[in-house]
Structure formats: C-alpha cells, structure tokens
Design a protein around this ligand. Structure first.
Ligand SMILES: [Zn+2]
Ligand SMILES: [Zn+2]
Length: 180
C-alpha cells in the first residue's frame, strides 16, 4: 500500500485496493479487545491527483463491520460506504531538524507528510477505518435493550417485569383512597 510519486502519470491515478482487517494492526488490536470487527474484504477506491508536489486523494471504502449492540448485546453486522479525502505534502529538507519542523507543520494543517517521493497509504487508510468504528454501537435507533430485572431481550419479547412496580404503586394509591 505504497505509491511512488512517479506512478501518478499525467497528474491523476485511480487506484483500488482490496484488503482485510489483518492488514491493519490497529484493527487487529481493537478486535482483540473484543471491539467491533471488520468482517470480510475492505475495498478502497482511490483517486489521486497531483499538483506539483502536493497529492490530493479522493477516497471511498466499502466494508462490513461486525459489532455488538450496547443495549441488547446482540451481535449485528452493518455495511459501510464511507468517503474521505487526504492531502499528502512532501517533507524534504537538507537537515533532519528542518525536516521534522516541516513534518509537524504538515500535521497541524491536517496534511500527511511523505518522504523520498513515496506515499505510504497504510497508516492514513487505517485511520479512516478506525475513525469509522462507532464508540457505542446500537443495532437500531429503536433498540429496546435488555430488561433490567430479568435480562430478557425486550426486542424479542415482553417479559412483564417492568409493569410490576408500576402496578404496585397504583395499588398503594388505591389503598390510600379507600381509607379516606
Ligand atoms: Zn440492540
Ligand atoms: Zn424482565
């Protein structure tokens, strides 16, 4: 997943990659911690446009993410199609110190520094995949979650637990009324 500047002939290059989660160490780490898993192929569609030494990338990826719902704890799968853009900027200097300075400046401007006319894509592409992982995944906007009393999945059935405290409250009120 690296391209040389000279590969971008005529200023534009369309490049696709088919990868899997194993190609990205951060995704492997998330999966090992029990987090969401990119399941199956991850397809990247990139269009690189070079103007001078600056390279703009219009990218898109398609993948499927296997997650566990934070409410009902059921596993579920979601197809993703995400767009992104990246900007690569060279950071060549005669002195190491200057090069580091340019690199920091580039990062501050949200640009990706590159060296020796080689664009390293793995890390920035990995960032896109990691950023897309939801912090608290939900199987659906309307997920009812689990019953706090008996643990039943309320999407599947109505256990009736939640009605009990409601009813007893009313019977207490009814009792008071009777005494009057
Ligand atoms: Zn759910
Ligand atoms: Zn219940």
């Amino acid at each position: 997943m690296r391209l040389e500047l000279k590969d971008i002939k005529g200023g534009v290059l369309e490049q696709d990659y088919v990868c899997s989660a194993e190609d990205f160490p951060d995704l492997v780490a998330v999966a090992e911690e029990g987090g969401p898993v990119y399941d199956g192929p991850i397809r990247f569609f990139l269009r690189l446009q070079r103007s001078g030494q600056i390279v703009e990338v219009d990218g898109r990826f398609e993948a499927s993410l296997l997650m566990q719902c934070g409410h009902c704890l059921q596993p579920f799968q979601r197809a993703l199609a995400e767009s992104f853009s990246l900007t690569f900027t060279p950071c060549e200097g005669r002195e190491q110190e200057l090069e580091e300075e340019v690199e920091l400046e580039a990062l501050e401007l949200d640009m990706i520094p590159y060296h020796d006319e080689v664009l390293e894509l793995r890390h920035p592409l990995q960032d896109q995949l990691v950023m897309t992982i939801p912090i608290s995944p939900l199987c659906s906007e309307t997920c009812k979650g689990l019953c706090p009393e008996c643990g039943a999945d309320l999407n599947q059935k109505q256990c009736g637990c939640t009605k009990k405290p409601f009813n007893s409250k009313f019977s207490v009120l009814a009792g008071i009324k009777l005494k009057e």
